[in-house]
Write a protein that binds this ligand. Structure first.
Ligand SMILES: Cc1cc2nc3c(=O)[nH]c(=O)nc-3n(C[C@H](O)[C@H](O)[C@H](O)COP(=O)(O)O)c2cc1C
Length: 153
């Protein structure tokens, strides 16, 4: 689960640690899928494509728009690596807070990903499990056209 930070042109944006488990996975294989799910209305949207890192400047702007506490935690924490104790994490945050009383620098291994979709599937719950599944497949950079296909539920 990551926060969806919005769309830019055709790209879906999210932020993470590049050296986390998912970050290392994405370094080896740029293919990724996002799943959005609305339990109450019974809708699902799946977005499949490839990711690339967003520019450092853009990551920096987002990083500095976050609360200072979140910046300190991101700087202090090597996401997905083992830690001995919570106390060790808290000590690190204190050290970083003392070192950077003003602006916290953008950690070198933290930033955004932009996922460019190859296809997007819209799933809508219908009676007796005969659900609707419509897949939009991206066709052309030039026209921005999508081919719409219906899939069996
Ligand atoms: C509501 C919610 C929002 C989250 N948002 C993010 C996020 O934006 N970025 C992120 O790296 N992790 C986020 N996390 C934590 C991730 O789900 C995950 O624990 C973390 O990224 C490490 O995953 P990994 O070890 O597979 O790399 C969020 C978790 C929850 C429950």
């Amino acid at each position: 689960m990551v926060l969806f930070k919005g769309l830019r042109n055709r790209d879906f944006l999210f932020y993470s640690n590049y050296d986390s488990r998912k970050g290392r996975d994405l370094t080896h294989d740029r293919r990724a899928a996002l799943v959005f799910f609305w339990a109450v209305t019974r809708h699902q949207v799946r977005v499949y494509g490839t990711v690339r890192k967003v520019g450092r400047q853009e990551s920096q702007e987002y990083f500095h728009s976050r609360p200072r506490g979140a910046q300190l935690s991101a700087y202090s924490s090597r996401q997905s690596h083992l830690v001995r104790s919570r106390a060790q994490l808290e000590k690190k945050v204190l050290e970083v807070a003392t070192k950077y009383p003003g602006e916290v620098p953008l950690p070198k291994d933290w930033g955004g990903y932009a996922l460019r979709p190859i296809w997007i599937e819209f799933w809508e719950s219908r009676e007796d499990r005969l659900h609707d599944r419509l897949r939009y497949v991206f066709r052309s950079e030039f026209t921005g056209a999508w081919r719409i296909e219906r899939l069996a539920p």
